[in-house]
Write a protein that binds this ligand. Structure first.
Ligand code: NAD
Length: 358
């Protein structure tokens, strides 16, 4: 598989210029560029700049607009409900989480519903933003505007999105704990990366349209199916446990609120995320920063000290893998496969930006 390595700075500048050329403000472009490139730096290429061609397709189809503005529906502490109105997801979600963080710092807790944002990316980004303000955060997100792609436990066909779940716990003076994952065994975007690279996915992640196990990523992409083939499904992680968590994410983030749901037939080419979040000021639970730091770090040390199965693969705690990858890719650059790069180049060219100049 052919790929090229790009510096994070050049990709940030490219994404920023593409989004501005497409009609968004420099501020919205900067937030989105920072988010997407940080996802690549963290090793989550599925949620990095490779998503941009999909966003631009939604824009070209008239389904995503730079003119959309989130509207606050309820601002009554501890509740904050914002209707994103399918605005560009990363700035909409970041602003909503910042607003909820201010509420949590004042009153100790904030409960946030962000409804109908365009794709908001890597959910850990928002847990990191809350942790940077010293706050614990818990997020559940649904994925609508697309056909269901994850099978309930024991099913032959899909009923869920990849409905991610993220939790952040700040460590005073240290790195936060960031647990952030899709409730499918594999994020859909990781199957897209495998499809673009022309490689198989590991066994146990995907079933085909007849419910049979397969390692071919094309079975979860309608455009990649052969004539007459039915769409397959990703499997939930942890069998009934991941499937249950996915169902809860759908209901908490969108279902209870009347936001776009996975079982509504997609009318447009867009990806809609709604987010339910709880932000908590840990100082209300344990006022002493020193005690919180000591208690958390001593437990993390205990976990990391477990004897590894493989001496070359140390036991990690949530968030460590992404931090290590940021150091590695920050120095060596971000590898992008040729297919993803050619999609980005085409999306840039459609708005008069020459990606090769970055
Ligand atoms: P993943 O399977 O890579 O799991 C990541 C989590 O597991 C992180 O918290 C990481 O620190 C931790 N982790 C990884 N390896 C570990 C190890 N060896 N030991 C201990 N902890 C470890 O993540 P994923 O399910 O592929 O999800 C990727 C991204 O996709 C996430 O950022 C998620 O938010 C995002 N996502 C977004 C959407 C959306 O619609 N916006 C949908 C699905 C997923």
């Amino acid at each position: 598989m052919a790929y090229r390595t790009h510096s994070p700075q050049s990709l940030r500048a490219l994404v920023q210029d593409m989004i501005v050329a497409a009609g968004w403000s420099a501020e919205a472009a900067a937030e989105t560029a920072e988010h997407l490139v940080l996802a690549n730096l963290s090793g989550h290429d599925s949620h990095g700049i490779g998503m941009l061609p999909l966003y631009f397709q939604s824009l070209a189809d008239g389904n995503l607009s730079p003119a959309s503005r989130p509207q606050t529906r309820l601002d009554a502490a501890p509740f904050l409900i914002i209707d994103a109105g399918v605005a560009l997801g990363q700035p909409a979600a970041r602003n909503a989480v910042e607003q909820a963080a201010t509420m949590a710092k004042t009153g100790g807790v904030a409960i946030l519903n962000l409804l109908d944002a365009h794709h908001i990316g890597r959910i850990g980004h928002y847990a990191e933003a809350a942790a940077a303000q010293g706050l614990i955060s818990l997020f559940w997100v649904n994925v609508a505007g697309r056909p269901p792609i994850v099978a309930p436990h024991g099913a032959k066909e899909a009923r869920f999105g990849t409905n991610p779940h993220a939790i952040g716990i700040p460590v005073p003076g240290g790195d936060p704990i960031i647990l952030d994952f899709a409730t499918s065994r594999m994020a859909h975007g990781k199957a897209r990366v495998a499809l673009n690279k022309g490689v198989a996915v590991p066994p146990g992640f995907i079933i085909d349209g007849e419910g049979r196990p397969t390692t071919e990523p094309r079975h979860v992409f309608p455009h990649a199916l052969a004539q007459g083939e039915a769409l397959g499904a990703l499997l939930p992680f942890g069998d009934h446990k991941g499937a249950g968590l996915s169902l809860i994410a759908e209901l908490l983030s969108a279902g209870l609120m009347g936001a776009a749901r996975i079982d509504q037939k997609p009318a447009k080419s867009w990806i809609i995320n709604s987010l339910f979040g709880i932000l908590i000021d840990p100082a209300r639970l344990e006022p002493s920063e020193a005690l919180r730091k000591e208690r958390t770090e001593s437990y993390l040390a205990f976990v990391r000290a477990a004897r590894p199965q493989d001496a070359a693969d140390p036991v990690l705690t949530p968030g460590e893998k992404e931090r290590a990858m940021r150091i590695e890719r920050g120095a060596a650059g971000i590898p992008l496969d040729d297919e993803s790069w050619s999609q980005i180049r085409a999306a840039a060219a459609a708005h008069g930006v020459d990606a090769e100049r970055y």
